[in-house]
Design a protein around this ligand. Sequence first.
Ligand code: MN
Length: 353
Amino acid sequence: MGPPRRVDHVAGGRGHVAGAAYSHRVSNLEQRPQEMSCGGVAVAVRDLSPELLEPREVPLGGPRAMLVRRTLPHRDRRMVGAWCFVDHYGPDDVADGPGMQVPPHPHLGLQTVSWLVEGDVLHRDSIGTTQLVRPGELNLMTAGRAISHSEESPARRSPRLHGVQLWVALPDRDRHVEPDFAHHADLPVVSVDGAMVTIVMGEFGGALSPARTYTPLLGADVVLAAGARSQLPLDGGFEHAVLALSDGLVVDDVPVSRGAMLVLPAGRRDVELISDGPGRVLLLGGEPFEEELLMWWNFVGRDHEEMIEARADWEAGRRFGTVRGYDGAPLAAPPLPTTRLHPRPRLRPRPTD
Ligand code: MN
């Protein structure tokens, strides 16, 4: 195995990215998000060497907002399996100040996976859910055709907050399912070569998460003892990513700093994790996602017209329902992108006479 390619973020997009900015965050507060094309087998299997993705820091909200570290989507890697969005935040001191405050905002075409290492986050949504999530528990929201939600640090809260917010793209056949919310507080935990692995999504080490998935997928939280060296088996049909949640980690001989991600191409049968001190990683995986997607703001769709319609529906109070109980106004949608992806011909061929 050769050395990994180091890939750093730049401010502007290129390749499949139209426009100058990436468009997604836990809740996207960006002023002018542009559309981004994701998925497709050409992206998924274009390279066989591991890829080290450095995160970029993105403020979540206003001037006193939390900073999150984003590794997906990345300029050179849009997805790992159906995982299309990865934000890592903390550990932050949230004893004072607003903590996490994400006002009501819409989603479609995806699932959101909320997973904490420390602290607590209160979720509310438009299908009537109010649910606190704590470490070791999964909040899984399936947006399907439309949902809206808010996320906040509760008034009485743990002083520290550390976690991830992930999105899973839904395949075309399922992306219009009815919205759903599930809280899983009893996930399977297995010990594999000295590592304690909680199976958040999918199957690992002979144990299966009860969480509903729509494509072959893995999400696992891995705890390593200080000085550990663990070899974890991988599904050869999946591509994988190891997201470092702690310092001092080495993944397949590559040092991976906290917040960074090492992507392993499909075909790998195992991965070696070494940790200096007590270690923690998130192992993500899935079958390469072959459908082409379009992501804009908090939406995962297939074409520009869909984004126009979704934005209009949110602004008009249609389709996405109402989140009750959040102390604050819903997020306004940003302006539509000025550049459209996959533009359709302005003049359609005329039928022959
Ligand atoms: Mn959200």
